[in-house]
Design a protein around this ligand. Sequence first.
Ligand SMILES: Nc1ncnc2c1ncn2[C@@H]1O[C@H](COP(=O)(O)OP(=O)(O)OP(=O)(O)O)[C@@H](O)[C@H]1O
Ligand SMILES: [Mg+2]
Length: 411
Amino acid sequence: MGSENIITAIDIGSSKIRTVIGTFPEEWSREFNVLWVGVTTSHAIRKWNILDMEEFKSNLDTSLEEAEKMAGEQISGAYLSLNSSSLEVISSKGIIAVSGEEITSDDVDRVLDMARNGVDLPNREILKVIPEYFVVDLEEGVKNPVGMSARKLEVVAHIFSMNRNILGNIRKAVGDVGIEIYDVIPNLLASPEGVLTKRQKELGVVCIDIGASTTGITIYEEWVLKFSSIIPIGGDSVTNDIALWVRTSIDVAEKLKLDYATLRAWEEEPLLDTQISLSEINPGEEESVSSEYLWKIATARYEEILHFVRDELRRVGRDGMLPEWAILVGGGSKANGLIDIAKEILRLPVFIGIPVEKDSLTETSISDPVFASVIGNMVFANKYSVGNIPFSLNIKGMFESIVKVFKKILP
Ligand SMILES: Nc1ncnc2c1ncn2[C@@H]1O[C@H](COP(=O)(O)OP(=O)(O)OP(=O)(O)O)[C@@H](O)[C@H]1O
Ligand SMILES: [Mg+2]
């Protein structure tokens, strides 16, 4: 296996915990081989917090057990990713006087620290500080200022933070099952890494991760992170609506959604209406529900989610304006008919984002939009250092001061 980097990534979703072990032939590379993929259902975590610590730990344990079997030894550390509703992204500025003749990476670190320290975030932990652009003397829009002569260096950066107590509980649970956390990566940053190409990030793209209880939005343009935000609803709201309106359990509603709900714009001709007998899903139930009713419930909620997304895009002047794509990932992106209504509402070309591996040794294929976040976590971990990320994301070969912490878990 030579000097390949081996990375364990764990994505803590509110419906599933996904674990992936991958190898990367080289640093910076987006090319990887997947050695192991594991998925565990998790009901112990919801929008804001862990609901049941013991169940959460047992879910984590299950998800790691198989991986450890495969690895032949204990996994001692991993990169975590998640999209909590308690994540927040705000913009901040830093400004410093340059100490020497030209800007060094120490200056970049100092100005990023200033942006980090310039925000007052009580009871929040800062996870990442991502520069959008630097201002060198009066020249705006600089992506990498190192080596430039200047007296003054400014940065405009995105600060990703999360509620300290919630993150503390997650850290504790992961620590209790014997895993050292190398880094916590917001899925707002991880999911795009799993699916977007450099070309898309250059031309302008929005990645939309529709999970169980969150929808994450991240915009790139000219390789630079322009905007990121999180909406506290996802696919589970559709399930809840179905349970409420059909008056059935969450489990039956989830099955109805996955097997029978199709999204369609209101103005389209209705499909042939059929009756779905609930006893097919749960033998004890006597009612039936019409496919048209399901279509209406699911479409209304998905449209709401997409309207929220559109409002966020509008906030930064990007609705219908991105030159290229909207890429949908996460389980919610797999809803039947979603692409058409998303095109209509976002006024953008819409595609589903699928991570692709070079080579897979696993039974579970990662060629599915639900793996965007955990694969992106792994790719992100292979590319960037823990701590400050010195320059705009995705500009290869500029990072001189990277200290990487890779633990080899395989012989
Ligand atoms: N084929 C499908 N059609 C429609 N919805 C689906 C499909 N498959 C999964 N979903 C929905 O996707 C959601 C789960 O997505 P995902 O696994 O990405 O969430 P998560 O990562 O656990 O949650 P979050 O990111 O919000 O913490 C659930 O609401 C599920 O019902
Ligand atoms: Mg997710």
